[in-house]
Design a protein around this ligand. Structure first.
Ligand SMILES: [Fe+2]
Length: 389
């Protein structure tokens, strides 16, 4: 006997060339707040211009907020929300990667709720109020990594407190997500690698947390892990290959999103997010990569069955003498193949003297009770020390 709980309400338009359908799709409002990053990448690639044309053909009005930062900030959400109120927007549209989409989700919450955004954060210094409503969110993703296209979370950084926290509400499941792998062919190599590993970890961590309880999640997460392991090295060597891009987008944006919608990541992600909160220029995927080897060497024997299964999904064999180590081997091979095995956290501004604060934030302020194993502050300190380069 087993039970299933599932709620995956996002309408997904997935496939090469399908952005064009925006001109005739039913949208959840009359005027969109479009959130894009300040680096002008959406302008340079011609994607913003295309989306503007399609919205005009659709008969939908819009206003553009173009100051989103990587590791999107509470200040950006507040500024964009003020713009949306001033212009009378009735839905938000995240165009780009996770930063743009999560800013759009944060705005959607603030447009519908009273008070301060941090009142609704569930950890750290957050007020832990329940966010029961939001304006509708549409996403048009140009990256493959975060899974935010299909889940009920957004991650926002508070620069006053150095916290990078999750906000959770069923109201911010996007109403509609357009995932067109053609838009991803021009992604820079390093971003493709960082996001590919982020996608791998979303699927793998949820697989571990789930512990086979929800059989549907196992289907999504296992296929996600298998697909990233197979296609990430390929998409790096042949960046314009649409078959590989399509597979990566499927694993990252749909399967990763579904996995996280149904269960939780592990403290690997809490540590990665904390690093991103302290060092705003440390890309999320890079932070996860930097601590991955030491983290999984520490935990693989604590849930050997799940970690050996993950290793097998990535093409490794289990070894009875080293329970759970198949995943570590598979991970190290993939890190090597993609050229990020020696990634240096010091190059992203991380300072050893901050380790005590980082561990305290991870363990005591944000919290790691999502794990099925028990790690201590000393364990995290050891993981950081061993990851230091
Ligand atoms: Fe992530």
């Amino acid at each position: 006997m087993f039970t299933i709980d599932t709620y995956l309400p996002t309408r997904i338009i997935f496939g090469c060339g399908r952005l064009e359908e925006l001109k005739s799709l039913e949208l959840p409002g009359k005027k969109a707040l479009i959130c894009i990053t300040a680096d002008r990448l959406m302008h340079t690639l011609g994607i913003l211009e295309r989306v503007e044309r399609l919205l005009q053909e659709n008969g939908t009005d819009y206003v553009i907020y173009d100051k989103v930062q990587p590791n999107p900030t509470k200040a950006c959400v507040e500024e964009a929300t003020a713009l949306a109120v001033q212009c009378g927007c009735d839905f938000t549209l995240g165009l780009g990667g996770g930063s743009s989409i999560d800013t759009a989700k944060g705005c959607a919450l603030m447009l519908a709720l009273e008070g301060d955004l941090w009142d609704y954060a569930y950890t750290g210094t957050g007020g832990r109020k329940e966010a029961k409503k939001a304006y509708p969110v549409v996403t048009i993703t140009t990256t493959c990594g975060t899974g935010t296209e299909c889940d009920q979370y957004c991650v926002i950084t508070n620069q006053d407190t150095n916290e990078k926290l999750d906000f959770t509400s069923e109201a911010i499941f996007p109403t509609l997500s357009i995932i067109d792998p053609e838009l991803m062919c021009s992604l820079p190599r390093t971003l493709t690698i960082y996001q590919g590993f982020d996608a791998l970890f979303h699927n793998a961590e949820c697989y571990v947390t789930n512990g086979h309880r929800n059989r549907m999640l196992d289907l999504y997460a296992a296929d996600g892990v298998r697909t990233v392991a197979r296609y990430l090295p390929y998409v790096i060597s042949v960046p314009g290959d649409l078959e590989a891009r399509t597979n990566m987008a499927y694993a990252a944006d749909i399967l990763g999103g579904y996995s996280m919608a149904l269960d939780s990541v592990t403290s690997h992600h809490i540590l990665g997010q904390t690093l991103g909160g302290f060092y705003n220029k440390f890309p999320h995927g890079a932070a996860l990569i930097a601590v991955a080897e030491a983290y999984y060497k520490k935990v693989c024997s604590l849930l050997p069955q799940e970690f050996d299964e993950l290793g097998e999904l990535m093409g490794e064999q289990r070894n009875a003498d080293k329970p759970g180590y198949a995943y570590v081997k598979a991970l190290m091979r993939l890190l090597e193949e993609t050229g990020v095995g020696e990634l240096k956290m010091s190059e992203f501004g991380v300072r050893k003297e901050d380790f005590v604060k980082i561990v305290d934030m991870t363990v005591n302020q944000v919290g790691i009770n999502i794990d099925r194993y028990k790690l201590t502050e000393a364990d995290f300190m050891e993981i950081l020390e061993q990851s230091w380069r």
